[in-house]
Design a protein around this ligand. Structure first.
Ligand SMILES: [Zn+2]
Length: 411
């Protein structure tokens, strides 16, 4: 079978790598920690500027993304839309917050070699947002773009759980046929096949204080009861494959060691591979809570719950992933596959909303959430080539995506 021709604008992307590196370094120099309202605003303005310059005909909207007590007041998302009435509609998304707050020692950018930028958010995920920009520029410059409408959604709170923006992802199913999440690729270039769902629980154990030396001792040691609960909870994954339970922190007691402590508390991170794992996990946790509460003098409260549902692979995603691989082969790029990962992303919310999506389509990098985070900058261009070529083929009807019932376009 002959390979359909590849537009010049897509072939030329790697020649723009120096330009992409300079822009990525400028973006990473702006601190946009999830809790730094002024920095997030600076970043949002820089992104609005870049996208409106590249796509003057696009509609740029600013969306309130408040989540009182969680997001900085006035946090906003950015939505850029072009051709909302075209026959096919796709969503491309990324987050512009990072885990590095204004007072974090990791600030600024460092080139560790000619191709590698070590900087906060270099691959997670300012590099991904740059890949969206580059891909859409090349796609728009290619013939036949009119067959496809797109929305770019850039959000300020992914790293803290997307509390102010999850509704935007859940409702995206009403307007789009398919989504692309530009989280970084795995370090070997693989994409993401599925992601675990995540939750956080806080276990608060109440006992009864007394003098440590009292005989007989009627104290109820909250630390020990909580420790037994945590040990039992940490064994749940042995019975439920696909579930992870991590006790993340613990505190309890007082400064005095001659007191039987009346209070102890711990935070637990839980993850599930399938939505169907959720209920058995919750039932086991509740049974353990009931066990503690059946003991005289103890009371255990379990607060919190699941945050992101798991992202399970949908059939429609397999076709688009195959198209992504075919694009790599046609461009002479290295082969890759897709893998399951325990980390969640906003792709989890797209899946929960019923929107098939391909995740991990951003550039290659590693050491996320550490001061060693880096992005292989030439992969911004090569991954943008893949995205642009698949979008081009979708626009020409060469890559089928499922058509979904949609709300009428508003503009
Ligand atoms: Zn992250």
């Amino acid at each position: 079978m002959s390979v359909p021709s590849i537009p010049d604008s897509i072939l030329r992307l790697p020649s723009r790598t120096a330009e992409f590196g300079a822009l990525l370094a400028r973006w990473c120099a702006i601190n946009s920690g999830s809790g730094h309202g002024a920095g997030l605003e600076r970043m949002r303005l820089a992104l609005a500027d870049a996208f409106s310059q590249s796509f003057p005909a696009a509609k740029v909207e600013i969306l309130a993304s408040d989540a009182p007590g969680r997001n900085p007041e006035g946090a906003k998302s950015l939505r850029i839309r072009l051709r909302p009435a075209a026959p096919r509609q796709v969503l491309l998304c990324g987050h512009y917050d990072t885990v590095f707050e204004a007072d974090d020692p990791f600030q600024g950018c460092r080139w560790t070699d000619a191709d590698t930028l070590n900087a906060p958010g270099a691959s997670d995920m300012k590099g991904g947002i740059l890949t969206i920009l580059a891909a859409l520029e090349a796609f728009e410059a290619a013939p036949g773009a009119s067959g496809l409408g797109w929305e770019v959604l850039l959000t300020p709170d992914e790293e803290t759980g997307s509390h102010g923006t999850r509704a935007l992802f859940l409702e995206a199913r009403q307007r789009y046929d398919f989504g692309f999440v530009f989280e970084p690729a795995r370090p070997n270039g693989d994409l993401v096949h599925s992601r675990k769902g995540t939750g956080v629980f806080v276990a608060v154990c109440h006992g009864r204080a007394s003098h440590a030396a009292k005989i007989p001792n009627d104290g109820r040691n909250a630390i020990l009861a909580l420790a037994e609960f945590l040990l039992a909870a940490s064994r749940i994954p042995a019975e439920l494959p696909g579930v992870l339970v991590n006790v993340g922190n613990i505190r309890g007691g007082s400064a005095a060691s001659n007191v039987v402590p009346h209070l102890a508390q711990a935070e637990i991170d839980v993850r599930v591979t399938r939505l169907s794992d959720r209920e058995p996990l919750l039932a086991r946790l509740q049974a353990l809570v009931d066990g503690v509460n059946a003991r005289e003098g103890f009371r255990l409260e379990l607060k919190g719950g699941m945050n992101r549902p798991p992202k399970e692979c949908m059939a429609a995603e397999e076709h688009v992933f195959a198209a992504w691989q075919a694009a790599a082969a046609d461009l002479g790029q290295p082969a890759f596959t897709w893998v399951h990962t325990g980390g969640a992303s906003d792709g989890n919310f797209l899946s929960a909303g019923g929107l098939p999506n391909l995740d991990g389509v951003g550039p290659i990098g590693d050491q996320l959430h550490s001061d060693r985070e880096f992005c292989r900058v030439p992969t911004v261009a090569s991954r943008a080539q893949l995205a642009a070529l698949v979008l081009h083929r979708i626009a020409h009807g060469l890559v089928p995506i499922p058509s979904r019932p949609r709300l009428p376009a508003t503009t």
